[in-house]
Design a protein around this ligand. Structure first.
Ligand code: PMP
Length: 404
């Protein structure tokens, strides 16, 4: 059992009023709020050890380097990577996907295929389209059904020796569906295809075990898991990271530079050109410690309770339709009220202090599938409560009365 009131006390932002009403923050799939330990760790980094890393012999540089590398080790243990050099710091999921897609440009040729799914966020579609444009490879798309699930027969039909890499999300940000990534990875490997898992939405709800999953790449963002913005992780299997060319050139990523030829640094530095987000990388480790101190099982169990409660309460409102009705989903409720534009509902509930997201959630193909302009998305975190869901339900009812 989580002590929600003490947890909420750790998040200063949650106690404020918005538009004169207590803030109800239900936009957690976009970004999570930050606990005091994270805010304090950012300040103490800058107050105590701020220095550039990996290159100074002076004390502060050593302390900052040690803290940065300790955080990498912490994240390695958290995701169960075999080596710390398989854990690369990035600026977020988008950066991680682009890094891998860019690398694959050196490996693909016309006739090869790159597979994504109908449930992807734009950042796990567009980089692969750009890769296909550069190489002449073909993009294939795993279809989805009315429940917002991947159609695995469609996947089986598409998968072949031509498939070189498959990029799918672990959890859909627009619908909350948890995808059968274990099956996708196992089948892909029979055809020699690599698999990148977009863990942007899963990292907040579950602890990925990259060795058990046997995925080739796993990417996520720090800001969705109580960490700072501009942070993220790309896990890649050592063999793949050695095979891919560097993404950006610059300081840190070289062994030796001459005007005739430059040789590249070993992993992980080969992919970490320039001065990184040092404070962010260190504090991402603090955020992960914080979540582990609460426990991912307890987090998931409580969030499922919120999901069930929220689904039941919202469906009590006549005209509410929920998109994403798989039994395998996390605490995201994407819905519309019949005859009313989602944006109008979002604007009115905001006036009542409730933060939900409205629109296409960077997943336009999903909206096109359902033939809707967008949805209202309430996404719950472990610091939300059933009382807040009641407030949302009342706000939606009020909006419906006003707009009908
Ligand atoms: N993939 C998914 C499933 C997401 O939810 C998001 C963020 N909404 C991203 C990718 C992109 O993450 P970021 O903007 O942090 O790079």
């Amino acid at each position: 059992m989580l002590d929600i009131q003490s947890i909420r006390a750790e998040f200063p932002i949650l106690s404020q009023k918005v538009n004169g009403k207590p803030l109800v923050y239900f936009d957690n799939a976009a970004t999570s709020q930050k606990p005091k330990v994270v805010l304090e760790a950012i300040a103490s980094y800058y107050e105590e050890i701020n220095a550039n890393i990996h290159r100074g012999v002076h004390k502060l540089s050593q302390l900052a380097t040690d803290a940065y590398e300790a955080s990498r080790g912490k994240i390695q243990r958290h995701i169960n990577a075999a080596h710390s050099h398989e854990v690369l710091f990035t600026s977020g999921t988008t950066h991680g996907v682009n890094l891998v897609a860019n690398g694959f440009a050196s490996l693909l040729k016309p006739g090869d295929e790159v597979m994504v799914s109908a449930l992807e966020h734009h950042s796990n579609i567009v980089p692969w389209q750009m890769l296909c444009e550069r190489t002449g490879a073909q993009l294939t798309v795993i279809p989805m059904n009315e429940k917002g699930e991947l159609v695995m027969e469609g996947f089986d039909r598409l998968l072949s020796e031509k498939t070189k890499i498959i990029a799918v999300n672990h959890i859909s940000n627009a619908l909350g569906t948890i995808n059968p990534i274990e099956e996708i990875i196992a089948k892909a490997h029979r055809f020699g295809a690599a698999v990148l898992i977009d863990g942007a939405q899963s990292a907040a709800h579950m602890k990925p075990d990259v060795q058990a999953l046997d995925c080739d790449f796993y990417v996520f963002s720090g800001h969705k898991i109580c960490g700072p913005t501009g942070t993220g992780i790309l896990y890649g299997k050592e063999a793949w990271l050695n095979k891919l060319p560097p993404y950006q050139g610059g300081g840190e990523m070289i062994k030796e530079v001459t005007f005739e030829k430059t040789t590249y640094a070993d992993l992980p530095h080969k992919f970490e050109a320039g001065t990184p987000n040092i404070a962010g990388g260190i504090v991402l480790g603090t955020a992960i410690d914080y979540l582990n101190s609460i426990g991912f099982e307890a987090i998931a169990a409580y969030e499922n309770e919120l999901l069930e409660y929220g689904t039941r309460r919202l469906l009590e409102i006549e005209g509410v339709k929920i998109y994403g009705t798989s039994e395998h989903k996390t605490s995201v409720i994407s819905f519309n009220v019949e005859g009313i534009h989602p944006f109008d509902i979002g604007t009115i509930v905001d006036k009542l202090g409730i933060a939900v997201r409205t629109g296409h959630h960077c997943a336009q193909p999903i909206m096109r599938f359902f033939d809707i302009p967008g949805t209202i998305r309430a996404s719950f975190a472990f610091y939300n409560t059933k009382e807040e869901i009641d407030a949302l339900v009342e706000a939606v009812k009020k909006a419906k009365t006003m707009l009908s």
